[in-house]
Each structure stands twice: as C-alpha cells, then as structure tokens.
Design a protein around this ligand. Structure first.
Ligand code: ADP
Length: 173
C-alpha cells in the first residue's frame, strides 16, 4: 500500500489525525498557511501557542511544537518553523530538521496520520523542487523505519508544487 498521498487544495479542509502548520518563530500566527489554519481553527490554537511561547519562548527554526487543532477536523496541529531561503547553505539542513522534528513529535503523541503543507515554499521563498525533494526523502526515510505509520498526505495548495510532487513521486493521472 502506498502510504504517501498528494492532495491539491486547502489543508484546513483535510480530514486527518494531525495537520502540520508552517509557522514562524513567534508562534503568534502569520500569513499563508499559518493564517489560514488560525482563521479556520479558531482562538483555541492561538491560546495554546501563547502558552508554549510563555514557557519556552516560541519555536526555533527547524523545531516543532504540538497544540490542539481547535475547530478543525484534525485532533492536533504540529507547528514547525521552516527556514527563510537566503541561499546561505544552511537552509536545506534546517528544512530536513523540520520534517524530522514533526515526525518525532508525531511518534511521541501516537499520531499515525499527517497532512503536511509545502513548508517554506511560500513567503519564505525556498525553491519548490528542492523543498519537495527534501520533504519526500525525509518522509520515505521515516516511513521505512516506522511501519505502523498509516499515511502522509502532502497538501499542495499551488499547482506548481502539486505538479512537482506528482512528478517526483512518479504518480500519473
Ligand atoms: P512559509 O512561510 O513557510 O513559506 P507559507 O504559508 O507562506 O509558509 O507557504 C508555505 C506553503 O503553504 C506554500 O506552498 C503555500 O502555497 C501553501 N499554502 C498557503 N495556504 C495554504 C492552505 N490553506 N493550505 C495548504 N497550503 C497552503
């Protein structure tokens, strides 16, 4: 069974045990997918983020934190902070670290189903193909080592990302 699925659309509409948010270090919400998740999920998410911020001062780039999903269909949200692309040679490792942190938290919280947006490829300008290669490699590596994990849904909001994932995963219509 293929455990990697791609979906073209809005992550707030996806029914999945947990969804991933491409947050920023403040955890206070922002634009893009972060804004969409907070708008659709309601204030409980921001309240939970504020608590984390008060106890550990936000979230570092490449790290992740977990909260309630508020009014969304999911049970939990895993917020990770992707790197801003500045072509400094550190961004790839930081993006890899985002996926690793997300999967670590999923395992720790008995989550076996994740919907993940294309972290860093919006406002943070990470090259889309390179980001997709990192996402897919990290996911395949994780799934190989965690046979009980059910599925990972790559949620591609823009058509460009969707087509990149389709090609890299060898999926045809
Ligand atoms: P970042 O700051 O990490 O680049 P963005 O939210 O700007 O975060 O973009 C990350 C990706 O999320 C982009 O590919 C963007 O097209 C996508 N995106 C924006 N809104 C949504 C949404 N509602 N559902 C899923 N993906 C979204």
């Amino acid at each position: 069974m293929n455990k990697i699925i791609i979906y073209h659309g809005d992550i707030t509409k996806v029914e999945c045990q947990a969804i991933v948010n491409a947050a920023n270090t403040s955890l206070m919400g922002g634009g893009g997918v972060d804004g969409a998740i907070h708008r659709a999920g309601g204030t409980k998410i921001l309240d939970a983020c504020k608590k984390i911020r008060a106890s550990q001062g936000g979230c570092k780039v490449g790290h992740a934190v977990i909260t309630t999903a508020g009014n969304l269909l999911a049970d939990k949200i895993i917020h990770t902070v992707g790197p801003v692309w500045n072509n400094k040679g550190v961004e790839e490792e930081l993006l890899r670290s985002c996926y690793k942190s997300v999967f670590d938290l999923a395992v720790q919280n008995n989550i076996c189903e994740l919907a993940i947006p294309n972290i860093s490829t919006g406002i943070y300008r990470f090259p889309k193909k390179l980001a997709a290669e990192i996402a897919i490699e990290a996911t395949k590596d994780f799934l190989k080592r965690n046979e009980n994990f059910k599925q990972v849904i790559f949620v591609c909001f823009d058509i460009e990302n969707y087509l990149i994932y389709k090609e890299l995963l060898g999926m045809t219509e």
